[in-house]
Design a protein around this ligand. Structure first.
Ligand SMILES: [Zn+2]
Length: 120
């Protein structure tokens, strides 16, 4: 088992993603930096691949939300709960964590949550 090494890999991923977000916010041309970063990250999340019209407001909101998710993921690493679904407490597959280090849920729970969010 290389548990410690794996956590280290994900900690690095999360910190690198956080650094990118902080850099975009700190950029003096932050509007284009934020939109560019948001668009590159959106590709991981949009299922149909169609990018909606970007506005600086929604790009910023998404990155702020992403920053919160990343901090939460780092917090779970500190408490030894990283990689455990926050809903059903099953373990989240490593491939899923590699695709989105900040994900707090396993796929079945995420689908359930997305489905409920669509209804609301
Ligand atoms: Zn779950």
């Amino acid at each position: 088992m290389s548990e410690i090494l794996e956590i280290e890999e994900f900690r690095n991923l999360a910190q690198a993603a956080l650094a990118q977000i902080e850099a975009a916010f700190a950029d003096h041309d932050s509007t284009s930096a934020i939109i560019a970063l948001d668009q590159s990250r959106m590709r991981q999340y949009t299922r149909n691949g169609s990018l909606e019209q970007q506005t600086i407001g929604s790009a910023k909101e998404r990155l702020i939300w992403e920053r919160r998710r990343l901090h939460a993921a780092l917090e779970r690493m500190r408490h030894g709960q990283f990689g455990i679904c926050c809903y059903c407490e099953d373990s989240i597959p490593v491939e899923r964590l590699r695709a989105d280090v900040a994900t707090p849920f396993c796929s079945p729970c995420q689908y359930g949550i997305d489905a409920r969010a669509t209804i609301i």
